[in-house]
Design a protein around this ligand. Structure first.
Ligand code: NDP
Length: 320
């Protein structure tokens, strides 16, 4: 058994690991099998992470965080958690390969997943012109006319990035003003390849083998129009990844894991949560990292409060 297991490998997970490892807690960090590194792996330039005055590529930032966590003794396992038992003093984590790992404390930092429009054709045409990740798939849309759905920072960032490949990018938004920050809006407005389609809801995605257009409904007049396209990028936000703990931890009305005040303490003793999975509002790499720090410090205090005999049962870990 270990003292601590951290689930998640974004800025929250790795920062928690840096702190826990430096506190000599020998953390095991479970990074997902396919999404290791979290959302920043799908980002290009990160311009607002303090300390990188010239900016840094998202994957490079994550590689540095992992290197720093490993330098102090974090062990990283690449697999998906399939089951969790968070009750009692000993927490059990089951992985996709059937292995189970036990720990006295768990930090849950699983981030969030792309939100979907919820249309049948979205699934059918996924990977055939429907994408949720411009940096992953943008290259396939060279010289095409495409649309980005959404009005937040993600939509502006994706639309601006996609103008490197696409001949034209429509931004389809359900309102007549954007939620995105001013600087991102201005960048998109100034880009001659971007055209905004306001007050429009996506009610259909057309195409037999690949996307060939969108059906839009005007939110004011109700009129339906079709927009011929070679692809669409859905950038309408994210939902916290809580499916593993639905029945074990209290959630907030927004669907994030509930924590006590400004701490990382969940409704289950010995279980802490950090990053996007507890944050419906700020969702920045730097706020996630700070939240990982809080979780590691809370976990450290919790472990220090446990009886000697229990702590002694969390002996030396070392992966095979
Ligand atoms: P947001 O929640 O900020 O924005 C989501 C957008 O999608 C909104 O405009 C919303 O419309 C729209 N939307 C939501 N659901 C639907 C739906 N079903 N159909 C159509 N449209 C829909 O998410 P983001 O991912 O853009 O940003 C999340 C956070 O991450 C923010 O804090 C943002 O600042 C941050 N971020 C920062 C970046 C940066 O600084 N470089 C880059 C990317 C994200 P409505 O406005 O009507 O609600």
């Amino acid at each position: 058994m270990r003292q601590i297991i951290i689930i998640g490998s974004g800025p929250a997970g790795f920062t928690a690991a840096i702190y826990a490892a430096r506190a000599n807690l020998k953390p095991l960090l479970i990074a997902s099998s396919v999404e290791a590194g979290g959302e920043l792996m799908n980002t290009t330039e990160v311009e607002n992470y303090p300390g990188f005055a010239e900016g840094i590529q998202g994957p490079e930032l994550m590689a540095k965080m992992q290197e720093q966590a490993e330098r102090f003794g974090t062990e990283v396992l690449y697999d998906d958690v399939t089951e969790l038992d968070l009750t009692g003093d000993t927490k059990t984590v089951t992985l996709g390969n059937g292995e189970t790992h036990e720990a006295l404390a768990v930090i849950f930092a699983t981030g969030s997943a792309y939100r979907k429009l919820g249309l049948e054709d979205e699934e059918r045409l996924s990977g055939r012109g429907v994408s949720w990740c411009a940096t992953c798939d943008g290259f396939f849309f060279k010289e095409k006319t495409i649309a980005v759905i959404g009005g937040g920072d993600s939509a502006m960032e994706e639309a601006t990035f996609l103008t490197r490949f696409a001949s034209k990018v429509y931004v389809v938004h359900r309102k007549d003003s954007l939620r995105a920050s001013k600087i991102m809006q201005e960048r998109a407005f100034a880009n001659p390849k971007i055209e905004f389609v306001w007050n429009s809801e996506v009610v259909g995605i057309t195409g037999t083998d690949a996307v060939d257009g969108l059906v839009l409904r005007h939110t004011v007049t109700g009129a339906e129009t079709s927009l011929p396209l070679g692809g669409i990028f859905v950038a309408i936000g994210n939902d916290p990844r809580t499916h593993l703990v639905h029945n074990q931890l209290d959630l907030t009305p927004e669907g994030t894991i509930a924590v006590a005040g400004r701490s990382s303490k969940t409704s289950q003793t010995g279980v802490f949560a950090a990053g996007d999975v507890i944050d419906p509002t700020y969702r920045q790499a730097v706020t996630a990292a700070a939240s990982g720090t809080v979780a590691a410090l809370d976990a450290e205090h919790y472990l220090a409060s446990l009886p000697e005999a229990l702590l002694a049962s969390a002996g030396e870990p070392a992966l095979a």
